[in-house]
Design a protein around this ligand. Structure first.
Ligand code: SAM
Length: 247
């Protein structure tokens, strides 16, 4: 299934202040460039004009990651999970449902895609449970989607209640390292034996790997997702962490 196939919801922009900062900076640099061009000629204008171009490229790369690259990465990751259709899938920090609803589209009537979130607008533009509900209806999967307002460090689910746990660009939003480790332990706790985990994130993925090994998860891998997952440039790549809970 391609990343764009059948996508009918609207999924916002992750951490919208970042591209806003790039484009606002580019505009300011451009204004300085024009002023220096008029007063000093091209010699004085060159530096601000180059800065404006660089900031536009960084903002454009970021927008590509959030509007397209993320969807491509998760399309491949969900294809690799080869869902049978009747699984219970949990998405930690589902936001407007980019991954939650892509998973739901791969489920049949016997499956369920469950999203938990705190709906923080600073982490995703227009973030709200009602928006995710609207997206679920637009994608035609509302009957197999369930949303919970909850903190991923303290999940309101019993042990061993999900076949698959996914999380996209959300765990790094927990500021404390201990909190991020707790979120990983919660993911492992709610997985059934034999259940599978896939986490995409931009920072702290080595720490996630360490916690998963401490939790005796098997087949733990961390894979760089290439340029499509660059949040501005190669210094901020998306990495996909996968693991399986031993049976
Ligand atoms: C960058 S957004 C990504 C949303 C979605 N996973 C996606 O890829 O489009 C991060 C999400 O994590 C949520 N979040 C942050 N801290 C959380 C926490 N402690 N528990 C649950 N959700 C959290 C935010 O509200 C936000 O929706």
């Amino acid at each position: 299934m391609s990343a764009r196939a059948g996508r009918k919801g609207t999924y916002g922009i992750d951490a919208p202040y970042v591209p806003f900062g790039y484009f606002a900076g580019a505009l300011i640099a451009l204004v300085f460039g024009i002023v220096f061009l008029v007063t000093d000629g091209i010699g004085g204008a060159l530096a601000p004009l180059i800065i404006a171009v660089v900031l536009v490229v960084l903002g454009g790369t970021y927008l590509h990651a959030t509007r397209r690259g993320k969807f491509e990465i998760w399309s491949d990751a969900l294809n690799d999970l080869a869902l049978g259709g009747d699984e219970r899938v949990l998405d930690l920090g589902c936001g407007r449902g980019a991954v939650l609803l892509a998973a739901a589209r791969r489920l049949g009537p016997g499956g369920k895609a469950v999203g938990v979130d705190l709906w923080r607008g600073v982490d995703q533009s227009g973030n709200a449970a009602e928006v995710t509900e609207r997206n679920a209806a637009a994608e035609g999967v509302a009957d197999r989607v369930e949303l919970h307002t909850a903190d991923m460090t303290d999940l309101p689910f019993p042990d061993a209640s999900f076949d698959v746990v996914v999380s996209s660009l959300a765990i790094h939003n927990i500021k404390a390292e201990a909190g991020r480790a707790q979120a990983i332990r919660e993911a492992v706790r709610v997985l059934k034996p034999g259940g599978r985990l896939a986490i995409a994130d931009i920072t702290a993925t080595s720490a996630y790997r360490r916690t998963l090994l401490e939790e005796s998860m098997s087949g733990v891998t961390v894979r760089d997702q290439g340029w499509r997952g660059w949040w501005s440039g190669p210094w901020m790549p998306t990495k996909l962490v996968t693991a399986t809970k031993p049976s």
